[in-house]
Design a binder for this molecule. Sequence first.
Ligand SMILES: Cc1cc2nc3c(=O)[nH]c(=O)nc-3n(C[C@H](O)[C@H](O)[C@H](O)COP(=O)(O)OP(=O)(O)OC[C@H]3O[C@@H](n4cnc5c(N)ncnc54)[C@H](O)[C@@H]3O)c2cc1C
Length: 417
Amino acid sequence: MTAETFVIVGASLAGGKAAETLREEGFDGRLVLIGAETEPPYERPPLSKGYLTGADERSVAFLHEPAWYAEHDIDWRPGTAAVGLDLQTRTLALHPTDTLSYDRLLIATGSAVRTLDIPGSDLDGVRYLRTLDQADALLAAFRRAEPVVVIGAGWIGLETAAAARGHGCPVTVAEMASLPLQRVLGDEVATVYRDLHVAHGVDFRFGAGIGEFRGSNGAVAAVVLADGTELPATTVVVGVGIRPVTDLASSAGLQVDNGIVTDTHLRTSDPFVYACGDVACSFNPLLGRHLRVEHWANALNGGPAAARAMLGGTQDYAPVPYFFSDQYDLGMEYSGWVAPGEYDRVVFRGDPTVGDSGAPEFLAFWMRGEAVLAGMNANIWDVNEDIAELVKAGHAGRSVDPAKLVDPGVALPDTLA
Ligand SMILES: Cc1cc2nc3c(=O)[nH]c(=O)nc-3n(C[C@H](O)[C@H](O)[C@H](O)COP(=O)(O)OP(=O)(O)OC[C@H]3O[C@@H](n4cnc5c(N)ncnc54)[C@H](O)[C@@H]3O)c2cc1C
């Protein structure tokens, strides 16, 4: 029998972990890992945290040394993009050149930043943060300790603001909404993040539309808000969200709806093609809906899950969605999933107030009735698995005892009614 060829498009966390798992699980056919970037697969969280603050070396981001791929007989093709996909002949077209046939294909093309197209967008110093080289450029800019304006108070915007403050840059954050992270967290916990950044000297401008970037000699000098306010800056970080990179899939005719649609085995509408990580919108049986999750854990675990499915595994991929963030001295983990308007209140265990003595320690739970739909542990550790169990129970319709939930003396598993 001829050895099979498995191809992975997208050589980042999801694609890299899938390749690793295929070899660990004993796949001994031809394995090709195609990556548009020239760096070996890396994780992105350090780009807005340890690496950007200067605490960690650049090397912390990489999954493996470059040589590891050849050592494991993985044909890693850096600087190569898949530009065409023919589902009938099971063939990929590559750029700059080549075609490649596959027996199984995994699409792990991730996300790309949304860009702002306004006057001055092309000025030097207007930056985005998705890739390592963009993090290199930002780190060099922050080290000059000059004024920074961050556009968008989402996770990337806030972590970047925290890193810039750490380098001594004066930082202004301009945001359309009335609080940071308002849509993801709701007002109760969004307030904590506002107060944390204000305590570290960030100047927020809420309800702010962006008019233009103004500069001189080709370099940005200020951000002009829609109301005419001018915010001086030699570095602007635009963090206005990302979009799934679905072009290859949609032009091939795969089902795409807010990401590449997959079943619980990460299989797409074509039985020989799988998708995982940021780009996949997968059916999650735990939550009873399709979900696209743009977070680290979903790439870390989704890559291996897709690899096992490509080898014929039949286990559902049914994670409790999870993400984390570190800003200043506040570290947090969030487990679960809840859309705006789908919960009726947030309850706290511990005091979330940002005080003079540093970041608070608390748990927060997003509730519908007496069911926990999502939970956050902030500066409290080794509880996120317990929280995930409460979330699983909550989505299955089980209640907790609200009095026990807010009582630090009661172990979390004992709060279930
Ligand atoms: C700065 C930053 C900080 C983050 N911090 C956190 C955090 O603290 N916590 C958290 O939970 N999540 C965080 N995330 C999100 C997390 O990094 C992503 O969820 C994760 O990177 C998704 O991995 P992925 O492999 O699916 O996709 P990506 O990381 O987007 O990688 C996709 C890869 O595919 C390549 N590609 C795309 N199209 C093609 C093609 N046609 N041919 C070949 N290659 C292609 C791209 O170049 C890219 O290298 C952060 C993200 C960023 C950018």
